[in-house]
Design a binder for this molecule. Structure first.
Ligand SMILES: N[C@@H](CCC(=O)N[C@@H](CS)C(=O)NCC(=O)O)C(=O)O
Length: 212
């Protein structure tokens, strides 16, 4: 049985949706960010970066959202949440996963934690504004991919990239140009919002239905 350390709406949302989609056995462990539980010695022993999520798979402890999702998808190939290793789609999948985690997700850290990016607190609004512009340009790139290849990130079949992207679109709900108001991203969000696994996950985390 897996154990997912989560906080509602945090990066734990992607592996949570993935596990729901796959119907695997898992337990949720609430990490109370309001009490700084993610910086407690117990949590830091699991993930020294003090970031959410963490996955326990038996004796193995894994951090980093993309690594967690890859591990789960690889462990359950019958769920087809990642293209087969023998296909060219696998390489394109890696490309988009890295773009989502390395570029968009990382930029959201700058956007949401802009005060951490300068020793001068008065810089934070400008840092946030620049991150906002970059985020919107990155969502334009995803929009173009969906226009070309949609409705899902890998074409006709859903993969865990789509759950990852839904999480990032939700984080983008305060951007001046909201991903869910863009033509193809909006269609993607609508499509994903109907997935029973998504609805169950949002309900379990106490989040309002996505973009309702
Ligand atoms: N690269 C990490 C980033 C995870 C991350 O930044 N999680 C946020 C929540 S969405 C967090 O734990 N923030 C608390 C903090 O930075 O203090 C991953 O993908 O797992």
């Amino acid at each position: 049985m897996y154990k997912l350390y989560y906080y509602p709406g945090n990066a734990s949302l992607a592996p949570h949706m993935l596990m729901e989609e796959l119907g695997v056995d898992y337990e949720l462990v609430y990490v109370d960010r309001n009490k700084q539980a993610h910086k407690s010695p117990e949590y830091l022993a699991l993930n020294p970066s003090g970031r959410i999520p963490v996955l326990e798979d038996g004796a193995m402890v894994i951090s980093e959202t993309a690594a967690i999702c890859l591990h789960i998808a690889d462990r359950h190939p019958e769920g087809r949440m990642i293209p087969d290793i023998t296909t060219p789609e696998r390489a394109k999948f890696y490309q988009w996963l890295m773009f989502l985690t390395n570029t968009i997700q990382t930029e959201f850290l700058v956007y949401y934690y802009s005060d951490r990016y300068s020793s001068d607190a008065s810089d934070a609004p400008a840092i946030k504004e620049a991150a906002e512009q970059r985020l919107m340009s990155y969502f334009d790139i995803v929009e173009a991919q969906l226009a070309k290849k949609g409705p899902y990130m890998m074409g006709k079949a859903v993969s865990f990239l789509d759950f990852y992207l839904l999480m990032l679109c939700r984080w983008g709900r305060f951007l001046p140009t909201k991903p869910n108001e863009m033509k193809h991203l909006g269609k993607h969000v609508k499509l994903m919002s109907k997935h029973p696994a998504v609805l169950r996950t949002f309900e379990q985390e106490g989040l309002e239905a996505p973009f309702a």
